[in-house]
Design a protein around this ligand. Structure first.
Ligand SMILES: [Cu+2]
Length: 199
């Protein structure tokens, strides 16, 4: 890093102290902004009914998502899409403690159903994921190609933490770079007249 070169060529204790203080300050800031190491403490799905990947012969009337901790009842959404790409969920889910219950319209088409959810963790971070189940009874789907990848598009694992870490890291790099540049410029400005005086 440029900071090291800058520091190594700096023989002036006072200014090195300034740089060190700057580095300590920016490091503390970055540490404060970055979330703690066990960053994946937000709510995780522990079970779904019908089970993820299962095949059921009787059409379920609801999907129940169970998490490892209570989730917040703020703008949670569950989207259930049938083999014919028709959405079959009935309104927003009902949240009770660690469970999100999503009522379904009658499932009349056999095939694969995707279940995508976005719920807000106890710690305030949204979590999203796409699961699915198969219904073995019902009418054949209309001639629509089943595109599970496309259906899985809106839901992504992860959520808030990754972006926050990236933003904090970027901010830290910018601050350290700006600080180093400022110290470097100030030193050059001060040393120039001294060198011209023939020291
Ligand atoms: Cu979280």
């Amino acid at each position: 890093m440029t900071i090291r070169g800058c520091n190594a060529s700096n023989r002036h204790g006072g200014r090195r102290g300034t740089l060190r203080a700057w580095l300590v300050g920016t490091t503390l800031l970055v540490v404060a902004l970055a979330p703690a190491a066990p960053a994946w403490a937000h709510s995780q799905l522990t079970a779904m009914s019908p089970a993820d990947g299962s095949t059921v012969a009787v059409a379920p009337t609801e999907v129940v998502l169970t998490f490892n901790e209570n989730i917040q009842d703020i703008g949670d959404a569950v989207i259930v899409t049938g083999p014919d790409r028709v959405r079959v969920e009935d309104g927003p889910p009902t949240i009770l403690d660690a469970n999100a219950t999503e009522k379904l319209h009658p499932l009349t088409v056999r095939g694969h159903y995707t279940v995508s959810y976005r719920v807000v963790s106890a710690d305030g971070h949204p979590v999203t994921r796409t699961l699915g189940f198969d219904l073995s009874t019902g009418a054949a789907a209309a001639a629509v190609p089943v595109q599970r990848v496309a259906a899985a598009g809106p839901a992504r694992a992860g959520g808030g933490h990754g972006g926050l870490i990236a933003a904090a890291s970027l901010l830290g790099v910018l601050l350290v770079g700006l600080g180093a540049a400022a110290v470097h410029l100030r030193r050059r400005r001060r040393e120039l007249p001294v060198q011209q005086a023939g020291r």
